[in-house]
Each structure stands twice: as C-alpha cells, then as structure tokens.
Write a protein that binds this ligand. Structure first.
Ligand code: G3I
Length: 377
C-alpha cells in the first residue's frame, strides 16, 4: 500500500514534469509524455485486474474512487455501443443536461422528470451511483424564469420550490448533488446572475439548506470550472466554503469540473488544491473532466491530452477526500466542445468510433498503480 502510494507519487511527478513543458511550449507539444514505471508487469502482485484488459470501473474498485461519466440521454436511447461502454466502464453517472432547470421545470410549477428517470433506470440497472447536476445555475434556465420580472421574495420562493421539488423527487437515489454551479468569475468576484442580482449572495447558503432539507443523505457539492489549481477563483471558492462551514451551512463537497485544454498547459497544483478543500472537512471530486485540443489533432496532442486526464486523476487518487472522478462524456461522437469552441474538439477518452485513446489507457494505468485507499466509500 505504501509502495503503491510511492509509485503513484512518482507518476504524478513525471506528469507534472510534462505539464511544465506544456506551459512552456504554449500551443504545441514538442515531446511525448514520459513513460511511467512499468505498471502492467506484475498486475497480479498488486492484487488488481490486468490494466491492459480490465474496465475502468474494475480497476477503480480497490481505490474506492467512483469513476464516472456524463450521460447524454439521447445517445443512451439510440446508440447500443454507447450504452454498452457506459455500463461497462463507469461506476457512476451524471446527467449531462436532463436534470437542469429547463428540463425539470419547463413551465412554472410544472415538473418533468421523464428523461431524468431514464438515466436513473439505467444507473440502477448497472449498479451506478448518480451525481445530480444541477440545482442552481445561471445557464439553461427556462424562458419563463429568465424573462419574468421578480421581486426578491418571489424569486427566492421560486428557487426554494424548485430545489425542494427536484431534490425531493430523487430523495435517497442521488449520491451527490451539484447544488450550486459556477457562482464565481475567474477574478474571484461573484458572478452577476439572476440569483445574485435579485436575491443577493445569500442564495448560495439557502440553496444548500433547502437541498439538505429535501435529501439529507445526498452529498452536497459546490461545483465550478477553472478551480482545478490554486488561483484567484479557487481562493474565493475556498473562502466561501470555509465561511459556510463555520456557519453550519450543509455544504459537503467541492467539485472541480476539470475542463482543460492542451494549448494552455495544465495547472501544477491540483493535488495541493484538492488537499486544502479536504482539510476543511469537505469531500472533493473532479466532476467534468475533459481535455480539448485545437484541431486538427496529431498523436503528440493525444499524448498531451492523456497527461491532462492523468494529472487530474492522479491528484484525485492521492487525496483521500477525493471521492469521484467523472469525465464529461466519454466519446468524441457526442461532445459539447465544438458547439462552444469551434476550432477545438476531440476532448474525450474514446474517439468518434469508440476506439480508446491514449487518455483512456493513461486512466487505466493510474487506477492500476493507485494505492488501496482509506477514502470514504
Ligand atoms: O435541447 C435543444 C434541442 O431542442 C435543440 O434542437 C438543440 C439545437 O442546438 O439544442 C438543444 O439544446 C442544447 C443542450 O445542450 C441540450 O442538448 C444546447 O443547444 C446546448 O448549448 C447545450 O449544451 C450543454 C451546455 O452545458 C450548455 O451550457 C452541453 O450539452 C453540456 O455538456 C454543457 O455542460 C456544462 C455543465 O453543465 C456545467 N459545466 C460546463 C459544461 C460544459 O459547458
């Protein structure tokens, strides 16, 4: 076990070396990722399945880390290969869109859980935990909500009712909820949203209290992007969560989304960052990992991408508070990136034809090398 931790530490150091190189090279990767110590040589001695043939969820079992993916429910309905890989490789799932406000409360007071229940049924059939996503966000809100004019009391009541109804509907079936998503700007100030403008900053604490009231067993997360390393934004999130904990607000987790891009290099202090949130008594998680690439893509970029996935996974594996690592979609066939960053893409761990990429193999390697864990299960 101790040996395992040392082995993985060495791999992290190797990856961080590559990361430094990425930062320097800016847009291109001059050298391939360092090959780590040979992991597959003695798989039996480590007591874990053979990483060259086992699934990610099999390889993760001894670590007690949930290895998850976002699920596109349209693909789940229409694509048998998608279903097969989603069931085989992952021990937890997150609905990519169907638990968002526009889907669950399309008209005021009229709730629709049809698609979300399809996801729940798939997860139950495959013994997968569900990360609920998302109760409070500024995006993908229905028009009735964004186009209405609300007093503070009205909007607070709408938010309360939404959280109590949605979290209450799934009570006991959701392992962890992203309660509040993306409330900060990159400079650490609170984001100007309908919630902040109309209710004020207290909406955040209230959201956690209402979510806890509706589903006391779910682990309640604050979730954001660009907070993987230590920077102005993660410092602000840290200060807020520390304050909320002091006030007894039931915030229980910190989620770093993990949307990286090879062209910008990767943060070097992911482990240190997760660790400080863990010391607050919070669970931590990588909730939406992907690593996008400027198109067209070559093999060096695919290795750079693998290093990004690996850096986040290794950091998570080395930090006891880190309870799950979720990729934001596992195949380039259904990927949000091109819709937002037209010049970029191929961000997932399987290509459009479901061939595993170096990133998928790097994850298998990291899980196989990970120590047996004392993390909370
Ligand atoms: O539902 C409509 C459909 O009726 C219409 O025909 C189609 C045409 O474009 O659009 C559909 O809506 C799309 C929706 O996903 C559902 O598929 C939107 O256009 C599209 O913009 C939306 O994108 C989602 C995005 O959040 C919205 O901001 C992505 O799928 C989803 O992966 C992404 O996920 C977010 C996380 O929730 C939070 N963190 C960042 C992450 C990536 O942006």
């Amino acid at each position: 076990m101790q040996l395992g931790r040392k082995t993985l530490t060495a791999v992290v150091t190797g990856t961080l070396g590559v990361t430094l190189l990425a930062g320097a090279a800016a847009t291109s990767w001059a050298a391939p990722a360092k090959t780590p110590a040979p992991a597959a040589a003695h798989p039996g001695a480590r007591g874990v399945p053979d990483p060259t043939t086992a699934t990610l969820r099999q390889l993760a079992r001894h670590t007690k880390l949930e290895i998850g993916t976002a699920i596109d429910t349209a693909a789940l309905r229409n694509d048998a290969t998608y279903r097969e890989i989603a069931a085989r490789e992952f021990s937890s799932v997150t609905p990519e869109n169907v638990m968002k406000w526009y889907a669950t409360e399309p008209q005021r007071g009229q709730f629709d859980f049809t698609e979300a229940e399809q996801l729940m049924a798939f997860a139950a059939a495959n013994r997968q935990k569900v990360r609920g996503h998302v109760l409070v966000w500024h995006s993908q809100l229905p028009a009735w909500l964004t186009e209405g004019t609300w007093t503070r009391a009205e909007l607070r009541s709408i938010l309360r009712q939404h959280i109590l109804t949605v979290a209450g509907h799934f009570r006991g079936r959701i392992w962890a909820w992203d309660v509040v998503n993306e409330a900060f700007n990159d400079d650490g100030t609170l984001r100007d949203t309908i919630w902040l403008r109309t209710i004020g900053p207290s909406y955040i604490a209230d959201a956690f209290r209402w979510a806890h009231q509706a589903d006391p067993k779910a682990i309640l997360f604050y979730n954001d992007y660009n907070v993987e390393g230590i920077n102005a934004k993660s410092n602000a999130v840290y200060a807020l969560l520390r304050q909320l904990k002091r006030e007894g607000v039931p915030v229980e987790g910190f989620g770093a989304q993990g949307h990286l891009a090879t062209q910008y290099g990767f943060p070097r202090d992911v482990l240190e960052n997760l660790r400080r949130f863990g010391r607050l008594g919070l669970a931590t998680a990588i909730t939406e990992a992907d690593v996008r690439i400027v198109l067209p893509v070559d093999n060096a970029e695919r290795w750079a991408q693998a290093a990004g996935y690996s850096l986040m996974l290794e950091s998570c594996l080395l930090e006891r508070s880190c309870i799950s690592y979720t990729v934001w979609g596992f195949t380039d066939r259904y990927q949000w990136v091109p819709g937002v960053f037209p010049e970029e893409g191929e961000a997932a761990i399987y290509d459009v034809n479901y061939n595993p990429k170096p990133a998928r193999d790097a994850m298998a390697r990291d899980l196989a090398l990970a120590p047996h864990s004392g993390r909370r299960g």
